[in-house]
Design a binder for this molecule. Structure first.
Ligand code: PHE
Length: 511
């Protein structure tokens, strides 16, 4: 793992000044809020300890192979996602835009979740959520309205937190890889350290054993359920930040001689290890709450925002010493976990436009941040949480799955998996064999098609979350459709001549 030289002899300048900067930035993107609340519950619901088998299988057969795919593409083409796809296959530029747009939508609400964290952080030392954290979350903080139809006004503390988040994001990526490389020296190790402190605190609480038992108690019969295997793939895709254009963009800043395969393995395993540690922390602490409240562990748990913003503060209230201190640690951990995931998505968008329009970075970046902030205001209203829930569900299900599928088709079939494999192997210590082509061309697309089919049937037959049709139409199908339409529109925008000769653009039917 020696440091790479600062500049290369040919090709575009290397922008990461150390190999570890790239590795940390990619880990920073992968490790996010999803590791803390998503993994532990997906694991719990799908067989506990037994789930680790399909999970590991999904990492080996899809997670790491697709990281290698995205790293090779970004590195070879030395461009953001859309331009990388353009260079691979002219008419497939829209796939890159699709990924970037899906990521853009996600950042818009991810930043709002970070704004909640800021608001909680300010309440931490005084445990300002009082005895009823659940009520504090929905009534005092969100002023949650009765449904998506009642938007209400802007919620100013949330808007303030959102503005703070966007200013923070802007300053982290202002100078691209240079500033990101510095920021991740803090934002990657710090949440690990805080997580470790919380794990030790959780593990030494009364009831921890019961909680861990729940989490890891293996239910082998679940391994026969195909849904469990699909859940493992879904978790790996989201957690590894695949199909969002992020890993393509980050790899484009690597020096020419880089060990792609090794990087992918390190990044994948670090993400998985973080999820596991988060699982231990969350469940040992839930065990404590269950013992204290004379409930079963199953009775006190809740996944999603409920866990982080209602259940966890309840536990913090009961800590025997320094509750305010541990509360602050918890929310600082969430903020530092989230920030590098959030800015990796913004970086993917900004780089795409810098490539396309040949403009300077700064105005592009400011524009992206301002538009995402404005879009995020929708989620900072009294009805915001309803819309966040709908948009999150649809864009993650359909945008992500279809982005991954088209990526495999374009790169595996049209461009050629073999070419990318040979490219990845060139400077890599561990060489990947032809089995990799099989995974990229047949195996992963098959998994994605099945997942897509099942999700589609489910979504059509039972309206998500019991929301009214018009709301699902606008926030769900509408957003997914808009993202597709815009990816073709953006493909047809005339590129700056630095990028491609006039006339080379467009004309694509998108295949
Ligand atoms: N991987 C991040 C998480 O686990 C989420 C994320 C997805 C970040 C896509 C960037 C891109 O929370």
């Amino acid at each position: 793992m020696s440091d790479e030289p600062k500049l290369l002899e040919s090709g575009p300048p290397a922008k990461w000044n150390r190999r570890s900067a790239f590795i940390l930035a990619a880990i920073g993107s992968a490790v996010g809020l999803g590791n803390v609340w998503r993994f532990p519950f997906v694991c719990y619901e799908n067989g506990g300890g037994a789930f680790l088998i399909p999970y590991l299988f999904a990492i080996i057969t899809a997670g790491i192979p697709l990281l290698i795919l995205e790293f090779s593409l970004g590195h070879k083409m030395a461009s953001g996602a859309p331009l990388s796809f353009f260079k691979a296959r002219r008419n497939s530029e829209w796939v890159g835009w699709l990924m970037v747009l899906v990521g853009f939508v996600i950042t818009a609400y991810y930043a709002v979740i970070m704004s909640w964290c800021f608001n909680y952080l300010f309440q931490s030392f005084s445990l300002g959520w009082g005895d009823d954290p659940g009520g504090f979350f929905t009534d005092k903080l969100l002023h949650l309205s009765s449904g998506p139809g009642e938007l209400g006004g802007l919620n100013w503390p949330l808007v303030a937190g959102l503005a703070l988040t966007w200013i923070w994001i802007y300053f982290c990526i202002r100078k691209g890889a240079k500033s990101v490389g510095k920021v991740v020296l803090v934002t990657v190790p710090l949440p690990w350290l805080l997580l470790l402190i919380l794990a030790i605190r959780g593990g030494t609480l009364e009831g921890a054993g019961a909680g861990l038992n729940y989490f890891l108690n293996p239910d082998w019969s679940k391994l026969l359920d195909p849904g469990v295997w699909l859940a493992a793939y879904g978790q790996v895709f989201f957690s590894f930040s695949l199909a969002f254009g992020v890993m393509i963009t980050y790899a484009s800043f690597l020096p020419r001689k880089s060990d792609i395969n090794n990087n992918a393995v390190i990044i994948g395993l670090s993400d998985a290890a973080t999820s596991f540690l988060a699982g231990l922390t969350v469940f040992s602490t839930l065990g404590f709450l269950a013992v204290g409240s004379h409930h079963t562990v199953a009775g006190v748990m809740e996944s999603g925002p409920g866990l982080v913003f209602a259940v966890y503060p309840t536990i913090l209230n009961q800590l025997p010493f320094w509750p305010g201190f541990f509360a602050a640690i918890f929310f600082i951990m969430l903020l530092t976990l989230g920030i590098d995931s959030a800015f990796s998505l913004v970086e993917a968008s900004a780089e795409a436009w810098v490539n396309k329009l040949g403009l300077k970075r700064k105005p592009v970046l400011i524009t992206v941040c301002v538009i995402a902030f404005a879009f995020g205001l929708l989620f900072a209203t009294d009805g915001g949480l309803w819309w966040l829930d709908i948009v999150d569900n649809f864009i993650n299900k359909f945008g992500l799955i279809l982005g991954g599928l088209f990526e495999c088709i374009v790169l595996g079939w049209l461009y050629g998996a073999r070419k990318l494999r040979e490219y990845a192997n060139r400077d890599s210590e561990i060489k990947i064999g032809r089995w990799w082509d099989f995974l990229v061309k047949y195996f992963t697309p098959a998994i994605l098609v099945v997942t897509f089919g099942m999700d589609l049937v489910k979504t059509v037959t039972e309206p998500y979350g019991g929301y009214p049709d018009w709301a699902l139409f606008a926030g769900g199908w509408g957003v997914v459709a808009a993202v597709f339409v815009l990816s073709f529109v953006f493909m047809r925008i005339h590129a700056n001549k630095n990028r491609a000769p006039a006339g080379e653009q467009g004309g694509g039917t998108g295949e």
